[in-house]
Design a protein around this ligand. Structure first.
Ligand code: GTR
Length: 351
């Protein structure tokens, strides 16, 4: 069975299981205690009254990928802080579906947690679109200075308007173009069919580069590159590596056009049902998992780069980003008014 079919089947089975169980989060405390949650033969102690909960967290990447390692660290911290009372099961490899479908389910409360690219969330929360604008961050330090600032937190908090609770940002490095066709300069992108994460800004960005954008789910990109449905795609080193795109699109140009952070988020529907204490534990555990995720990211990014460089991919370095920035400036101009405050805050974080 191919990966996609398997993912679809698994998702369908999980959904069927959920329907049979009658709910998403299981109240294990109530189930185990036969409906009362009370210790036999006496008044319930306060500890025993607390609900035991099991949640699901969806991630598109394979189990050893740094975002999934971050997810698992988060789940582990939540379990530790609640003495195992809140269990978060991590489902990697798109087992619960492709990102857009998962985000829709998180919005409805059918899946409680997900880790996704803010590029995907942009279609649900306009504010998150800012991260899909090209060349807004100079480097990792600049990006994280903003993400960790009060303005970065405000942006994360704004997700609640779209029925998500933004828990934390995770690292995702910089995105570069890669193609089946030669890709030695910006001019080579002209006329190429490039897969993008579905959002308006990405489509404008491809147009500015003279290319044509083909939005599609991440899981479809490999076969689309392999069969020539698309010429090119773009991503960071770890995704180019683990998706095996580097085996079919063997020309990479290190243009670093975007730094699109990942976001760990919870369904607001599920969050609102939690006690204040549990809300606090979940928020803190997410923040406490960030440094670990960033460390794992660094290690993995380096390993992926080494692997790809050794694999015979034709790699073009971009020593001068200016022509690239000039070419896509129209995109920033188009959206500047929409994102004025946050773009100003991002500029401020540069200093
Ligand atoms: C990756 C990101 C994924 C997914 C993917 C994509 O960098 O970690 O969540 O959004 O990009 O291009 O679809």
């Amino acid at each position: 069975m191919n990966k996609k079919l398997l993912a679809g089947t698994t998702a369908a089975m999980l959904l069927a299981g959920m329907l049979l169980a009658g709910c998403g989060a299981k109240d294990a405390g109530t189930n185990a205690a036969g409906g009362s949650g009370q210790a036999a033969g006496g008044a319930a102690k306060p500890e025993e009254k607390k609900q035991a909960l099991t949640f699901r967290l969806a991630d598109t990447h394979p189990p050893d990928y740094p975002t999934v390692l971050g997810d698992k660290k988060f789940a582990e911290l939540v379990s530790q802080k609640t003495n195992g009372r809140i269990k978060i099961d991590v489902y990697p490899s798109s087992q619960l579906g492709e990102e857009k479908a998962v985000v829709e389910q998180v919005q409805l409360g059918a899946i409680e947690f997900t880790r996704v690219s803010t590029g995907v969330v942009a279609d649900f929360s306009k504010a998150m679109g800012v991260f899909s604008l090209p060349y807004i961050f100079d480097n990792e330090a600049h990006e994280w200075k903003f993400l960790n600032s009060a303005d970065g937190t405000k942006l994360l908090d704004s997700l609640s308007a779209s029925k998500f609770i933004g828990l934390a940002y995770y690292d995702s490095g910089a995105r570069n173009f890669y193609s089946r066709k030669p890709l030695k300069s910006i001019a080579d992108l002209k006329g190429q069919k490039i897969r993008v994460i579905q959002n308006k800004i990405n489509i404008d960005l491809m147009e500015a580069l003279g290319a044509s954008a083909t939005p599609m789910p991440y899981g479809d990109v490999f076969s689309s590159l392999q069969t020539g449905v698309i010429d090119a795609a773009e991503n960071n080193w770890p995704s180019y590596d683990t998706s095996n795109h580097y085996t079919v699109a063997k020309n990479l140009i290190l243009d670093g056009h975007q730094r699109v952070p990942e976001v760990l988020m919870m369904s607001k529907v599920a969050f609102d049902k939690l006690s204040d204490e549990d809300k606090k534990i979940i928020k803190q555990a997410a923040l406490d998992s960030v440094q670990y995720q960033r460390d794992e990211w660094k290690k993995f990014e380096k390993k992926s780069e080494e692997k790809i460089r050794a694999a015979g991919v034709t790699i073009t370095e971009v020593t001068d980003a200016k022509p690239w920035q000039d070419k896509v400036k129209s995109v920033i101009d188009k959206y500047r008014a929409d994102y004025k405050d946050v773009l100003d805050a991002i500029d401020k974080a540069r200093k």
